[in-house]
Design a protein around this ligand. Structure first.
Ligand code: NAD
Length: 353
């Protein structure tokens, strides 16, 4: 048995805390700790779970941690020194700054979609380009929207060939805890200048896909919704598209009979299944929305849970970069099993490793 990969989490917010929990469910990984800027409810819960906490900047926060009785194990640099790989989940743009620390300490690091592609030089989606990350020092897991698009387009392109894609992202205004973000009562083209950055971002993973994207922000925190229009190389019945996508556990074809009519229902089934934090890590594709005309032009809707769809991709990226598993299909199968992806049994029936 190879030693477990030691993983450090630098940044413990929406994405970081989910990656940390996912790492803890892998039998080939060990979470050495998380780095926090200040003591708060997220640090409190991490401590309750027995996760070692380190301070991003102890000079600013050490006394604050001490005053509320939370044990600090040192600085984030102390934590990073103990790790084989760091998953950087700091706010958008800070990963580029943090990279200097990883370079100085000679550590591998995964960045998130808020960073530019150039920060890592390799952008990742497990189904589409697992092999590209093998052995790399720096890799970026693409954003929630781009992950959702890459999974879908990779599946469609592999099965039928895709000549052109146009996609509209109807984005959530913020995450549920992002109380300072909006809009509260408006629809905001974001950006107004078209196209949006999502198309070029998809091309960092799938360079041959021709794609134009637009995005608007909406007064909701639950999920994104994508309307996708794609020209397939052959006209196939909608059932054949559904059958092809069903081969990917990270794409869930929502059966019509479930009566899931909105992102609200997608979240509610996550709650009813007892998924942790109601996370729906799969693309939620409405099966009855799939329509293909006689020229092969496809239309569909998919819901994307922005807080969680990138989590399994981070786990697979750790395996690829450290080389602990060189077969992407095996890594994805292991990740899916341990996180309950594609398994609609209540979470409580899935034992931890
Ligand atoms: P967040 O604000 O929820 O969490 C970031 C955490 O990092 C906070 O706890 C913050 O205190 C901490 N932090 C601040 N400065 C730090 C530093 N210098 N070093 C380490 N930690 C620091 O952010 P998030 O939503 O989890 O986003 C993290 C990354 O993931 C961003 O690149 C974002 O674009 C990307 N992402 C976010 C989502 C989403 O919907 N939230 C989805 C996919 C990707």
């Amino acid at each position: 048995m190879v030693d477990k990969i030691k993983v450090a989490l630098n940044g413990y917010g929406t994405i970081g805390k989910r990656v940390a929990d996912a790492v803890r469910r892998q039998d080939d990984m060990e979470l050495v700790g998380i780095a926090k800027t200040k003591p708060d409810y997220e640090a409190y819960v991490a401590a309750k779970k027995g996760i070692p906490i380190y301070a991003v900047d102890p000079s600013k926060s050490e006394s604050k941690f001490k005053s509320v009785g939370l044990t600090l194990n040192g600085s984030s640099e102390d934590m990073i020194k103990k790790a084989d790989i760091v998953v950087d989940c700091a706010p958008e743009g800070l990963g580029e700054e943090n990279k200097k620390i990883y370079e100085k300490l000679g550590k591998k690091a995964i960045f998130q979609g808020g960073e530019e592609h150039e920060v890592a030089g390799t952008s990742f989606n497990a189904a589409a380009n697992y092999d590209k990350a093998i052995g790399k020092q720096f890799v970026r897991v693409v954003s929630c929207n781009t992950t959702g698009l890459c999974r879908l387009l990779y599946g469609l392109d592999t099965a039928f060939g895709v000549t052109k894609v146009r996609a509209t992202m109807m984005r959530r205004g913020g995450d549920p805890d992002d109380i300072k973000r909006g809009p509260i009562n408006a629809i905001v083209p974001d950006p107004i200048k078209l196209p949006s950055h999502h198309g070029p971002d998809v091309q960092t993973v799938l360079p041959h896909i021709k794609i134009d994207t637009v995005a608007v922000k909406l007064p909701t925190t639950l999920m994104h919704m994508h309307y996708v229009n794609a020209n397939l190389k052959k006209a196939v019945p909608a059932q054949e598209v559904a059958a092809a996508l069903k081969q990917y556990p990270r794409i869930w074809l929502i059966p019509a009979w479930l009566g899931i009519k909105s992102t609200g229902d997608c979240v509610e089934i996550g709650r009813d299944l007892g998924r942790p934090r109601y996370d729906m890590m799969e693309n939620c594709v409405w099966e009855e929305s799939i329509a293909v005309d006689s020229t092969g032009e496809l239309n569909l809707f998919q819901g994307i849970h922005q807080e969680s769809d990138v989590i399994p991709e981070n786990i697979d990226c750790i395996r690829a970069m450290t080389g602990i598993e060189k077969d992407g299909k095996k890594s994805m199968a292991k990740t899916n099993k341990t996180l309950g992806i594609g398994n609609f049994n209540p979470w409580t029936l899935i034992p931890p490793q």
